[in-house]
Design a protein around this ligand. Structure first.
Ligand code: PA5
Length: 475
């Protein structure tokens, strides 16, 4: 992408919070006075995030600036993969999978894997983020091992799901290719912790490192996401530029100049008012999985049971993914008339990358003919406005993130904005945004039940837990 100052400003993301305000939704909304009163809260969240940039688990904030050498290595490696392989498979879960899935779907053809080789222009792409045995077999049915490069991604280097996938695939590769197996596997992991780094060193795998201060759900803009994106031919430098542009845009605590702060404070104030559900509803198929990525970011970062000072709280909004217009025909009824417990965030696209005209030819049926001659682009945008209007009429909090179009730059902006918003919201809630004891609880229980050394106490605890009673099972 050619990125001049002008093209960057034409690609600037906007966040519209009109329909969060009393002016539009009456008593359910915020007054100008409430926003004025929250200025101190915004300033304090902004100052803390600024002060902590690049430190501890805030390594993600520097990713747009400190990866020149890494990006060069990624692009060189990606070009080799693109030249040599027909399939590229990511083995990973959570933050090691959702970013690659979101970016792939946003920026590649919507039926990319079904395109013929010459139209696809790069390897077919799969992300295996489950340990369902049917899915593993299904993958093996559609790839050709000799034409496949695997990218095993795990920050901790010990996640059971990813390590079991690695073991299965590595076994297949070594049986098929002997000491050439390593040419089919790239590892992305911590340089210092976990088991994958040790295995990668032993087997001589090409390895990219996940910086220590970058947690799983904040890792899309490091090698976790950048390598798969580059293998797909995505301009990763433009993604990072978009993130940098958003970072620079958000350089004050003023909510009208900092879309991330505006998003964070709206959600925070809404949570205080009992709006404990955050619906993310893109009006673009390409952004469907961005909603998934957001759900993990928002849920794992903000769903906590204590503040940093140890005060007992149970905070966090339940994020829900929704797709416009599809879910107008399933979930919107609830959003419009159900409990007043939601904030709906639309993601609107000003210019879609394609256009489709609804043809004429139905003049004798006026109730169908009204569609004719319009574009699908007009229809999807109008339906978003109609849903926004319907929600607003019913006094439901809603806001809209506008992307001028979906491209590498705007995706970088969007992801960085939501990461910053999560960081600000975490400060407002006074919680540790970057830990995930709830996720680790499940991981540790699995280790214990599978007999991993060091988890004996956990195993004893599990074995002494109350057993399920047959009387409560319906048969
Ligand atoms: O955000 C997180 O830290 C988690 O969701 C992790 O990404 C997820 O559990 C996978 O962990 P790992 O990358 O260590 O395998």
């Amino acid at each position: 992408m050619q990125l001049t100052e002008k093209t960057c400003s034409q690609m600037k993301l906007r966040f519209d919070y009109n329909n969060m305000m009393k002016d539009f939704i009456g008593e359910q909304g915020f007054s100008a006075a409430t926003l004025a009163e929250s200025k101190g809260l915004c300033q304090s969240a902004f100052d803390t995030v600024q002060k902590n940039r690049g430190q501890n688990m805030m390594g993600w904030s520097e990713l747009p600036y400190n990866q020149d050498a890494i990006v060069a290595d990624i692009v060189e490696t990606a070009n080799k993969v693109r030249a040599k392989f027909k399939y590229f498979v990511v083995l990973g879960i959570g933050g090691s999978a959702l970013g690659p899935i979101a970016v792939f779907n946003a920026l590649k053809h919507l039926h990319y894997n079904d395109l013929p080789d010459e139209k696809r222009g790069g390897p077919k792409f799969y992300v295996e983020d489950n340990v369902d045995p049917e899915r593993m077999n299904a993958l093996l049915d559609v790839i050709e091992l000799d034409k496949t490069c695997f990218n095993v991604i795990t920050k901790s280097g010990s996640t059971s799901e990813t390590m079991s996938q690695y073991l299965i695939v590595w076994d297949l590769l070594t049986k098929a290719f002997g000491d050439k197996a390593k040419d089919h596997m790239i590892a992305t992991t911590s340089e210092f912790k976990g088991n994958l780094i040790k295995l990668a060193q032993k087997e001589g795998l090409k390895t990219f490192y996940i910086p220590e201060g970058v947690g799983g759900r904040f890792s899309e803009l490091c090698p976790v996401g950048l390598l798969p994106a580059a293998v797909l031919g995505i301009d990763i430098a433009a993604m990072l530029k978009g993130a940098e542009y958003m970072d620079k845009t958000c350089s004050s605590a003023d909510i009208n100049k900092n879309p991330a702060m505006a998003f964070a404070v709206m959600q925070y104030l809404a949570m205080k008012d009992g709006k404990n559900v955050s619906v993310m509803m893109p009006y673009a198929d390409s952004l469907k999985y961005m909603a998934d990525w957001y759900c993990q970011l928002w849920a794992e970062s903000l769903g906590k049971d204590q503040t940093k000072s140890g005060k007992k709280v149970n905070v966090g909004q339940t994020p829900v993914k929704s797709l416009g217009v599809t879910d107008q025909h399933s979930q919107v009824q609830l959003y419009t008339e159900g409990p007043f417990d939601k904030v709906v965030t639309f993601i609107a696209v000003d210019n879609y990358r394609s256009q489709f005209v609804i043809p004429d030819g139905c003049e004798e049926f006026p109730n169908v003919n009204f569609l004719c001659g319009h574009t699908m682009n007009q229809l999807i945008s109008t339906e978003m406005m109609a849903t926004e209007y319907a929600l607003t009429q019913k006094k439901r909090m809603n806001n809209t993130i506008y992307l001028p179009e979906v491209n590498e730059f705007t995706l970088g902006e969007l992801m960085f904005m939501l990461e910053l918003a999560t960081a600000y919201a975490g400060e407002m809630l006074e919680i540790d945004t970057y830990n995930q004891p709830g996720v680790e609880g499940g991981k540790n229980a699995t280790y214990a039940m599978f007999g991993r050394a060091g988890y004996e106490e956990k195993r004893a605890e599990l074995e002494s837990a109350p057993k399920k009673k047959d009387q409560y099972i319906a048969k």
